[in-house]
Design a protein around this ligand. Structure first.
Ligand code: SAH
Length: 390
């Protein structure tokens, strides 16, 4: 039994619903803590706060799993939580593919589960959740009877928790190249070697948002990965689509996806550094009706946030210069430290430098299967903006 007592003065974060407790907020620990156990947390005057998992090696010593005194943390807890997560996704309209569990936003800190029809990809990013992997797998088997479960724990952040990077099957082995459906299209997903969990589900609703503006358009997409936005553009009636990605493997997958959807005559993909090409082409006078940008996160730390801002400004400025008057810029940012207001400021600066007027068509965030919790800043991380460039 481990009991943890908080200091009298702690930030309002914990009372306001955030599940993280930092080392320097703890007054006293009763019991032996090795790491990975479930502890009971109390205020300085012994009022029950909740139950959570501990890791003394991490700056975040506790992550709360429940604030309900009668809820035990056991196999049933995970079965109930995963059932709730699935009921919620169904309720808001996600059936085939979705992020089934989005960590803190679902009350399961550091657990990510993506559902790709009958297949599941799991990430357990902290020690205290990693030890429950068998219970989580059992819960998935009970609720879904999946065709396969795969672990994509090949992520550096695990090392901060003293965990190894690893990937592999959590079910009988299966063919990890699967096909999913999205907005009436089909996409190959490489569960084993694709980026992150294999596919970016967070843009699934945003991909639909381009359907009117790409009609009859010449479209350029940069940071295309497996070509999802570009193939949507072709499907929605673009005249021609060119997609760029620095990864030859991504480009190969994008070409396969174009063929899978029968748009290989409209959609072309090239391996290239988008920073270089956008700059070169804007100088050479190439022009497009629609430019789409979806770069990877530019920073994860506050110290290098300026680098991220410079990066966003650069690609958006170049992107706008490439757009014919009246065309559209479709631009995203998944850097959680760049909040929505800051992102819009950067786009505004880019427009001023490009000497172009812009008008906002839509400003969105990640799809609803990645819930945003208002008291947790980093749950709203994706910015998706469409502007007309006049
Ligand atoms: N739009 C995609 C996701 C893009 S992820 C989707 O919806 O699925 C970001 C992509 O940017 C990755 O595939 C990565 O290989 C690519 N990338 C990173 N740096 C790049 C660069 N300098 N030039 C071009 N592509 C780059």
């Amino acid at each position: 039994m481990i009991n943890i007592y908080l200091k009298r003065k702690i930030s309002p974060r914990v009372p306001n619903g955030h599940p993280w407790i930092f080392n320097n907020e703890v007054e006293k620990i009763e019991g032996d803590v090795a790491g990975g156990e479930v502890a009971e947390v109390f205020t300085h005057d012994k009022k029950f706060v909740g139950r959570g998992y501990v890791n003394p090696k991490s700056q975040i010593i506790v992550r709360l799993l429940t604030r309900d005194k009668s809820t035990a943390i056991n196999e049933k807890f995970f079965l109930d939580k995963l059932s709730d997560c699935w009921a919620y996704r169904n309720r808001i309209g996600y059936t085939e593919n979705c992020r089934l569990v989005f960590g803190e936003a679902d009350g399961l800190p550091q657990l990510i589960i993506d559902k790709f029809n009958d297949y599941f990809v799991i990430q357990t990013l902290a020690l205290g959740i990693d030890v429950w992997k068998p219970a989580i797998v059992n819960a998935l088997n009970t609720i879904f009877k999946p065709k396969g479960i795969y672990e994509r724990n090949d992520v550096p952040v695990r090392e901060l928790e003293g965990l190894p990077q690893q990937k592999g099957f959590l079910s009988d082995p299966f063919n990890t190249q699967i096909t999913i459906h999205e907005n009436g299209l089909k996409f190959h997903v490489d569960i084993e070697n694709g980026q992150k969990t294999g596919y970016f589900l967070d843009q699934q609703d945003n991909r639909k948002a381009i359907r009117h503006i790409v009609k009859d358009a010449e479209v350029l997409g940069a940071f295309t990965y497996t070509g999802t936005f570009e193939i949507h553009a072709a499907h929605y009636g673009a005249k021609s689509v060119l997609g760029l990605d620095i990864s030859a493997n991504a480009v190969q997958q994008a070409n396969r996806n174009a063929a899978l959807n029968n748009v290989q005559d409209t959609c072309r993909f090239e391996t290239a550094n988008a920073f270089d090409l956008l700059k070169q082409w804007s100088k050479e006078g190439n022009r497009y009706d629609v430019v789409m940008l979806d770069p990877p996160a530019f920073t994860k730390s506050r110290e290098t946030i300026q680098k991220a801002i410079t990066g966003y400004k650069e690609i958006n400025l170049r992107g706008m210069k490439l757009i014919r008057p009246g065309g559209f810029l479709v631009t995203s940012s998944c850097t959680s430290l760049v909040n929505p207001e800051l992102f819009l400021q950067v786009i505004d600066m880019a427009a001023k430098d490009a000497r172009r007027k812009i008008r906002q068509v839509t400003f969105q965030t990640q799809s609803g299967d990645h819930p945003v919790i208002w008291s947790m800043d980093n749950t709203q991380y994706l910015k998706f903006l469409i502007v007309q460039v006049l």
